[in-house]
Design a protein around this ligand. Structure first.
Ligand code: PBG
Length: 343
C-alpha cells in the first residue's frame, strides 16, 4: 500500500506520551466532602460507594485522607442539625460548614471551597425561601405536595440573594478560600461579590455554578446531603437540559457580575456546554462530575460490566479534553492515587 498518511505511527508506545493532547493531574481535581452535624459517627452513603457523611470532629481527618492522595482542594457540603423555612442554619456562625471550615483551615493546607446554597438547610428542600404570597396562603408544603399543587410554588429570588450574601460572608469569615454558589438564583454572583467586598473579603474568589441543569443525575447527592425538595422540582431555577444557548447567557451574566471560575454541572451529559464556554470565555472552566455519574459507573462495575478504574479515568480525561480546567468529582481520590501509581 502506498499510504502517505498513517496516523498509527504516532500511536506506538514510546511516542504516545509526546503527542498526547490532554493530561490529568491530581491538582486538577476537587474532592466533595459531606459534613454532618446530626451524627457523631461516619455514615456510609449507600448510593455513593466509598463516600461517607463525616461528623464535624472528623472533618480534619477526612480532609487529611484527601490530601494524602495528592488532591489539594475540597468542596464542603453541610448537613445541619436542624432546618427551617428560611434555612437560617446556613449562615449561623456555629453552623456545620462554618465550624468545619474553621477546623480544616486551621489544621490543614487544603484549599477549602464551600458550596453556598440553601437546599440542605430549608425544611422544604428548595434552594431559597418560598415566595411570601404563596406561603401566606397558609398551607403546609407537604399538603400541597400530596395534593399535587406544589408545582406553582417557587423560590423567592431576591429574598434568597440576601441569604446568599450572609452565607458567603459567614463562610469567608470562617476561612473559606473560595465560595461556590449553586442555587441558580438570578443575580447571585453579584450579590455575593458585593457582600464579600463589603466585609473585606475581596480576595476570596467565586466559582459560580453558572450553567447548572435541572438534572436527574443529582439523585444520589440528594440522599447524601438530605436535600431533596419535599414537593415539586427545581425547574423554576435550574436550567432546562434542552438548552445550550441559554447556558451562554447564564455564563455571560455571571461573568458580568464578577465570577472568577465558571462551572458546568453535570459534566458528562453536558460536555458540549463545557466546550462552548471554553471557546467563548477566557475564565477557568470547572465541571462537576456529579453523584449520578459516579453512581452509575460504580453500579456497572459492581456487576462486573465495566472496569471502574479505567472508566473513571477515561471520564475525567474526556471532561478535560472538552475544555475543563478543574473537575469536581467523587472519583478524585481514587483517580489521583491511580495516576501516581502509574507514574
Ligand atoms: C445543592 C447542590 C446539589 C448538588 C450540588 N449542590 C443538588 C441539587 O441541586 O439538587 C448536586 C451534586 C451531585 O449530584 O453530585 N444546590
Amino acid at each position: 500500500m502506498d499510504l502517505t498518511h498513517r496516523p498509527r505511527r504516532l500511536r506506538q508506545d514510546r511516542v504516545r506520551g509526546l503527542v498526547s493532547e490532554t493530561s490529568l493531574e491530581p491538582s486538577d481535581l476537587i474532592a466533595p466532602i459531606f459534613v454532618d452535624a446530626t451524627s457523631d459517627e461516619r455514615l456510609p452513603i449507600d448510593s455513593m460507594p466509598g463516600h461517607e457523611r463525616v461528623p464535624i470532629e472528623e472533618s480534619v481527618a477526612r480532609v487529611e485522607e484527601v490530601l494524602e492522595t495528592g488532591v489539594e482542594a475540597v468542596m464542603l457540603f453541610g448537613i445541619p442539625e436542624s432546618k427551617d423555612a428560611e434555612g437560617t442554619r446556613a449562615w449561623a456562625d456555629d453552623g456545620v460548614i462554618q465550624e468545619a471550615t474553621r477546623q480544616i483551615t486551621a489544621e490543614t493546607d487544603a484549599y477549602v471551597i464551600t458550596d453556598v446554597c440553601l437546599c440542605e438547610y430549608t425544611d422544604h428542600g428548595h434552594c431559597g425561601p418560598l415566595e411570601e404570597e404563596l406561603r401566606s396562603e397558609g398551607r403546609e408544603h407537604g399538603e400541597r405536595c400530596a395534593h399535587g399543587h406544589g408545582a406553582d410554588l417557587t423560590v423567592d429570588n431576591d429574598a434568597t440573594l440576601e441569604s446568599l450574601d450572609r452565607i458567603a460572608v459567614s463562610h469567608a469569615a470562617a476561612g473559606a478560600d473560595m465560595i461556590a454558589p449553586s442555587g441558580m438564583m438570578d443575580g447571585m454572583v453579584g450579590a455575593i461579590r458585593a457582600g464579600l467586598d463589603r466585609e473585606g473579603f475581596e480576595h476570596v474568589p467565586i466559582m459560580s455554578y453558572a450553567a447548572k441543569y435541572e438534572s436527574a443525575f443529582y439523585g444520589p447527592f440528594r440522599d447524601a446531603a438530605d436535600g431533596a425538595p419535599s414537593f415539586g422540582n427545581r425547574r423554576h431555577y435550574q436550567m432546562d437540559p434542552a438548552n445550550a444557548r441559554e447556558a451562554m447567557r447564564e455564563v455571560r451574566l455571571d461573568v458580568e457580575q464578577g465570577a472568577d471560575v465558571l462551572m458546568v454541572k453535570p459534566a458528562l451529559p453536558y460536555l458540549d456546554i463545557v466546550s462552548d464556554i471554553r471557546r467563548e470565555f477566557d475564565h477557568p472552566v470547572a465541571a462537576y462530575n456529579v453523584s449520578g455519574e459516579y453512581a452509575m459507573l460504580h453500579a456497572a462495575a459492581e456487576k462486573g460490566w465495566l472496569d471502574l478504574e479505567e472508566v473513571a479515568l477515561e471520564s475525567l480525561l474526556s471532561i478535560k479534553r472538552a475544555g475543563a480546567d478543574l473537575i469536581l468529582t467523587y472519583f478524585a481520590e481514587d483517580v489521583a492515587q491511580g495516576l501516581s501509581r502509574n507514574r
